[in-house]
Design a protein around this ligand. Structure first.
Ligand SMILES: O=P(O)(O)O[C@H]1O[C@H](CO)[C@@H](O)[C@H]1O
Ligand SMILES: O=c1cc[nH]c(=O)[nH]1
Length: 277
């Protein structure tokens, strides 16, 4: 049995992290983050090569190459608490760029089942980020990662919307779905309408934690989700998962190119005219 020490950062002598069961060298700097462990092999099957590194609790990790670029995918499980653990432990072993590849429920008109939503920011309706930093702190996506996701979706010809996600701790009442036996408090009744007026596009459960922690730690994060639920028409369908995985993988290839350009030109941030400098 592996021995984990110390109590405030449990890991083995080789650096195996307590929850994700990975050690330094096991993951690439670019890591895709689906919630569902079953999405991990679906994503890595789109790459040139991949191997399973670990599968412990909700955390399943594959590492490989996409178009020659080293890439990993780790499932986060559902919600902020398990997502924060994934980020803490993946960053501790060398990852610095994260793309959530999720599913979501759309609340604006004109967004269809199977469309993608790229989130430029997240409303912090969850609780985990509040255990890290005050509520006024922004859950904003990294601009390079967001731009790379847009570039990837455009290049691949995939339908997407750029929006603001609301990340909740509850799939049912917290996303304005009546609970058991019709439980539906007044604050839930107005939730979708209030968020819609504020141009929020969708609900999911992890982006706010990811973005908040990434900003605090100086990591890069973005998010692309496939629309499974239309909360206006009340339709539900598991479509767009493959497109989201392809867009996220292609975004990693783009980010890798931009990171090389930055390094060559001695710049900290990528910007469109950098190529001409
Ligand atoms: O499909 P994933 O990535 O798990 O994302 C969404 O699906 C789950 C709820 O069904 C939540 O995790 C939500 O954020
Ligand atoms: O409606 C939805 C669909 C997927 N994931 C969510 O969190 N909400």
């Amino acid at each position: 049995m592996k021995k984990f020490m110390p109590a405030d950062r449990p890991q083995t002598e080789e650096g195996y992290q307590y929850h994700i069961a990975c050690k330094p060298g096991d993951v690439a700097r670019y890591v895709l983050l689906p919630g569902d462990p079953e999405r991990v092999p679906k994503i890595s099957s789109l790459w040139d090569e991949a191997r399973e590194i670990a599968f412990h609790r909700e955390y399943r990790t594959h590492t490989g190459k996409y178009k020659g670029v080293p890439i990993s995918v780790t499932s986060t499980g559902i919600g902020g608490p398990s997502t924060a653990i994934a980020i803490e432990e993946l960053a501790a072993i060398g990852a610095d760029t994260f793309i959530r590849v999720g599913s979501t429920g759309a609340i604006q008109p004109g967004i269809e089942i199977g469309d993608l939503i790229i989130a430029k920011a997240a409303v912090r309706l969850e609780g985990t980020s509040k255990q890290y930093v005050r509520v006024e702190y922004p859950a904003s996506a990294d601009i390079e990662v967001t731009l790379a996701l847009i570039e990837a979706a455009e290049t691949l010809g995939v339908k997407y919307h750029l929006g603001i996600t609301a990340s909740t701790d509850s799939f049912y009442v917290g996303q304005a779905r009546p609970g058991l036996n019709g439980y539906f408090p007044s604050f839930a009744k107005n939730l979708i309408d209030d968020l819609r007026q504020a141009k929020v596009t969708n609900f999911e459960m992890e982006a706010a934690t990811l973005y908040t922690l990434a900003n605090i730690y100086g990591l890069r994060a973005g998010c692309v989700c496939a629309v499974f639920a239309n909360r206006i028409t009340n339709e539900f369908g598991k479509a767009g998962e493959k497109e989201a995985a392809l867009v996220a993988s292609e975004a990693v290839k783009i980010l890798h190119e931009w990171d090389e350009e930055k390094e060559k030109k001695g710049k900290k941030v990528w910007f469109p005219s950098l190529r001409k400098l």
